[in-house]
Design a protein around this ligand. Structure first.
Ligand SMILES: [Cu+2]
Length: 331
């Protein structure tokens, strides 16, 4: 505290001198403020991104958008993985001291959850690496096709808050991205049908219920997987923001049934499309059902004014990126 306070006083002293020399009255006002307080607004302004209001609340960023957060960094040994081959993929999470983290809290039965998703959201894997010693994690990883993937490490350091760090992985080769699947409330996997009920609400918690049936009959003997009857990962289309979703109840609590419905609480930060991946376990096998869900109304295309004239969203529809108007913008 001492050194910055002294430095602040020194800088203010200079300001007064210059202000006095140039006759700038405002410098006197600055000198009136206690030397300690100006350092905070200045620091805040310096760390704010350009164009972002310095007064905006420092709302916590969704997980997974950064490879480094709160001093912890996801550090893969390699970020290039040939497609279609099982690779021994290794990584570490380095801590604030620069060393590989070795002390983790156990969450949902594991110290670290490793999710790998293609950037077009077409492929999803939920893996559990094993500890290979000295803070190194190792997992058999097959990237099914060429393209760019996002790898997420979801963990909580001992004594710290939960974090999700994300890093890009590359599978070299010709790549044709798949379009995001249409919004849908039903998915079918290996003869199981999963129905999604509930709506994502931008900026608010909402309840989602996923109901599992097989051959037209409700499945009522789901098996616990990672301490719950289902594990749901929600990723925002476009930037793969990783959203925390909490199951409602757990196996053995006396109230949570083993299906057919699995209930979650989800909160998404913005309107837009999200891809939901549900892992559920039945008869010893974990399967994944996937859904595209839309949070809020997307900006309506032009010329669909409602009869009352009340536009549902005041924001103008952004021009589609393919219009070629990008060159007019200065960034
Ligand atoms: Cu996991």
């Amino acid at each position: 505290m001492n050194t910055p306070a002294k430095l602040g006083a020194y800088v203010l002293g200079l300001t007064v001198v210059f202000g006095g020399a140039l006759g700038v009255g405002s410098a006197v006002g600055a000198a009136d403020t206690p030397p300690i307080s100006p350092s905070h607004p200045v620091h805040g302004a310096a760390s704010a991104a350009p164009g972002r209001s310095a007064t905006a609340a420092p709302a916590s960023l969704p997980g997974g958008l950064q490879m480094s957060d709160s001093g912890y960094t996801l550090t893969p040994e390699t970020t290039t993985v040939p497609p279609g081959e099982a690779a021994d993929f290794r990584f570490a999470v380095t801590g604030p001291d620069g060393r590989p983290l070795t002390r983790y809290q156990t969450q949902h039965g594991k110290k670290l959850h490793f999710i790998v998703v293609s950037r077009d959201l077409g492929d999803f894997q939920h893996l559990h690496p094993h500890e290979a010693g000295n803070g190194t994690w190792s997992v058999k990883l097959t990237l099914p096709r060429a393209g760019v993937y996002r790898a997420f490490a979801d963990f909580a350091p001992e004594g710290g808050d939960g974090l999700t760090l994300g890093a890009d992985l590359h599978a070299p080769g010709d790549y044709t991205p798949n379009a995001l699947p249409e919004v849908s409330r039903t998915d079918t996997v290996d003869g199981y049908t999963v129905q999604l009920n509930g709506d994502l609400v931008p900026g608010a918690a909402s309840t989602l219920t996923l109901t599992v049936s097989k051959d037209g009959r409700p499945v009522t003997d789901l098996q616990p997987y990672l301490g719950a009857y289902g594990h749901l990962v929600a990723l925002r289309a476009g930037d793969l923001a990783y959203l925390h979703v909490h199951p409602d109840g757990e196996p053995g609590d006396g109230t949570t049934a083993a299906g057919p419905g699995i209930t979650f609480h989800a909160e998404v930060p913005s309107r837009g499309d999200y891809r939901l991946f549900l892992d559920f376990r039945h008869e010893g096998t974990v399967r994944t059902a996937a859904f595209t869900a839309r949070a809020g109304q997307l900006p309506a295309p032009a010329a669909t004014a409602s009869p009352t004239g009340a536009a549902p969203t005041p924001a103008p529809a952004p021009s589609p990126g393919k219009s070629g108007s990008h060159g007019e913008h200065t960034h």
